[in-house]
Design a binder for this molecule. Structure first.
Ligand SMILES: Nc1nc2c(ncn2[C@@H]2O[C@H](COP(=O)(O)OP(=O)(O)OP(=O)(O)O)[C@@H](O)[C@H]2O)c(=O)[nH]1
Length: 608
């Protein structure tokens, strides 16, 4: 059977169209270099292929026609995935001269990046790099992979990238193309900016370290630990750590980054708890924060086991919970009027925004852009600066509180001293008054209230010595109630006591001068001592006393006179001599008393 020519042509056309479509799917659009922006984002020009089994070789990826390549719809970001991903790009030098361009795979943390340059369908150059490989494998010593590509005039080249991970966490990987001059300019600006950033962070770190040593305040220590964790993490995150600090040891960078992320969560939580005083101000949030701190600690073993993807899968939600919780706590505490919380809010807000943007980029919610890429650094720089202000304020507050505490302590000390002094004064007065009372009791006769026998002995001795020294006259009179036994017998002992009190009062009312003393010597016997008194005046005074008792007319049924009377024996010396001791004087007065009794009572007899 003869096939019509038009049918054959149609079939051939259909076959060519089919072939064109298949090849067309597998071929990326060639990017013409002229007219590209500086830098040029190539993300949307790339084709992407997911290699679930990780079996494809670069040649297979290039030549197998059936592979399901698809166009990238922005910055590639495969986030959590166990596959290998291939990227293809075509570059066409449509200019008249040969040129060099620099292709950036703009992530410092992408584990494995295999770069293949394809000329005329053949791989002519391969570079295996990424942050799980030693730094010196990079064709350009830069913090993330950069591949220089030379293109002859009119030449088209293809770039094939193979992206793989340690255990399933991809980084967002912006693809950019720069001219050598553009790259130099960009890297110079970036170096200066990051240099300033790290310089400021190190200065802040040292400043706060010094403050923590000087003040011994836990809040400064925690802030230093937080800042140090953050700085180490940042060095890993930006790739400067691998480039400058551990170029031979990429494993160290991974251990550090997966250790510092939970450490940041931990130190940030502890710092905030202390700085905001959450325990007393928001106790419920404080308990939640304590649990989040424990969770952060539990993440550390994952870091040391190198379970990188698993760690980030759980630590991200932890951070996503922690940051809003801290900001909410600070907000509530600031509303309570606690000023440091206000500083905290202002300081943390930019970092929280930066962290939020970075998280969103990592999990693929938003596209990477320069602002998003540097948001964490911008946020943290602002945060550190503002927090330095907060720390200075905290220091001022600390000083003011210390001063206030010192003043309060001083006031309390003064009040205590005054109180103690008052108490001592009070006690002393009470003691003095008790002593005076005791002394008074010791020298007073309990029944009559006049001086007693003990006082008589002491006063006689003292006044005798004074008169002896000063040559003064001294008079001593011993008095005895007449017939007191019959009085008691007739009226009773109680009535006798009342008579004794009445006699004592009658005598005391007339013994008022400072040089005269009245004593009850015991029983119904009294004594009067007079210093610096003339003989006549002394005798008159005793007679007056005796008269006063008689004048009371206190009824005495057993006395011949019918009332209570006194008999008195008086001794007077113009100036006592050494021989005339108190005992001698008393004996003479007693003898005179005896004579008065003998002579009929109710009278006064003077010693010769
Ligand atoms: N009610 C009372 N009687 C007392 C007290 N002390 C002593 N007497 C009594 O005083 C009396 C003293 O008696 P005497 O020494 O014999 O002397 P008198 O009876 O006063 O006789 P003359 O002194 O010679 O006039 C005794 O009966 C004592 O018991 C006292 O405190 N209260």
């Amino acid at each position: 059977m003869r096939i019509p020519a038009f049918a054959l042509r149609a079939w051939l056309l259909w076959l060519a169209g089919l072939l064109f479509c298949v090849l067309g799917w597998a071929q990326p659009v060639a990017v013409s270099l002229s007219g590209l922006a500086e830098p040029a984002s190539l993300d949307t020009y790339a084709l992407v292929l997911e290699d679930r089994d990780k079996r494809l070789t670069p040649d297979e990826a290039l030549t197998q026609a059936h592979l399901p390549w698809r166009a990238a719809d922005g910055v590639v970001n495969f986030s959590f995935s166990d596959s290998v991903y291939w990227l293809r790009l075509r570059l066409h030098n449509d200019g008249p001269t040969s040129v060099t361009r620099l292709l950036e795979a703009g992530s410092a943390l992408q584990d494995m990046v295999d770069y293949h340059l394809v000329r005329q369908g053949r791989i002519v150059q391969t570079v295996e790099t990424g942050d799980r490989r030693p730094f010196d494998r990079r064709p350009l010593p830069y913090r993330y992979p950069v591949f220089p590509i030379a293109l002859a005039a009119g030449e088209t080249v293809e770039v094939l990238l193979r992206l793989d991970t340690h255990d399933g966490l991809f980084e967002a990987l912006p693809l950019r193309l720069r001219t050598p001059a553009g790259f130099l300019h960009h890297s110079q600006i970036e170096n200066v900016a990051f240099g300033a950033y790290y310089g400021a962070v190190v200065a802040l770190l040292l400043y706060n370290l010094l403050l923590s040593v000087l003040t011994r305040d836990r809040v400064f220590v925690l802030y230093v630990l937080y800042l140090a964790s953050y700085t180490v993490w940042n060095l890993c995150f930006t790739g400067f750590g691998l480039q400058h600090l551990w170029p031979e040891n990429p494993h160290l960078g991974h251990t550090l980054i997966s250790t510092t992320v939970p450490l940041i969560a931990l130190t940030l939580t502890l710092f905030s708890m202390h700085y905001l005083q959450t325990a007393t101000r928001v106790p419920r949030v404080h308990r939640m924060l304590r649990w989040l701190a424990v969770l952060a600690v539990l993440h550390l073993p994952l870091a040391w086991l190198d379970w990188y993807a698993a760690l980030f899968l759980t630590v991200m939600p932890l951070l996503a919970l922690l940051l809003p919780l801290l900001l909410a706590a600070a907000f509530v505490i600031a509303r309570q009027g606690y000023r440091p919380a206000l500083f905290y809010l202002v300081a943390w807000a930019p970092l929280a925004v930066g962290a939020g943007l970075t998280l969103a980029k990592i999990v693929g919610w938003i596209e990477a852009s320069p602002l998003v890429e540097y948001s964490l650094n911008i946020g943290s720089a602002l945060e550190f600066t503002l927090l330095a202000l907060a720390m200075a304020d905290a220091l001022n507050r600390l000083k003011a509180e210390k001063l206030q505490a010192e003043q309060q302590a001083l006031q309390v000390q003064r009040a205590l001293a005054a109180d103690l002094e008052a108490k001592v004064r009070e006690r002393t007065q009470a003691l003095e008054s008790a002593n005076a009372q005791l002394q008074q009791v010791a020298i007073t006769d309990a029944l009559t209230g006049v001086y007693n026998r003990r006082s008589f002995d002491a006063t006689l001795r003292r006044e005798y010595n004074r008169c002896l020294r000063q040559g003064l006259p001294l008079a001593l009179c011993v008095m005895d109630i007449d017939h007191f036994k019959p009085y008691n017998d007739a009226l009773g002992h109680q009535q006798g006591d009342q008579a004794l009190v009445a006699v004592a009062q009658a005598l005391a009312a007339r013994v008022q001068r400072s040089t005269e003393y009245l004593f009850r010597l015991g029983g119904e016997e009294f004594a009067v001592l007079m210093v610096d008194e003339g003989r006549e005046r002394a005798l008159r005074q005793i007679e007056a006393l005796r008269d006063a008792v008689e004048a009371m007319a206190l009824e005495h049924p057993a006395s011949p006179r019918g009332c209570v009377t006194l008999s008195c024996g008086l001794v007077w010396v113009a100036q006592p001599t050494v021989e005339q001791t108190p005992d001698v004087l008393y004996a003479e007065a007693d003898k005179a008393l005896y004579r008065a009794k003998q002579a009929g009572r109710n009278r006064t007899e003077m010693a010769p």
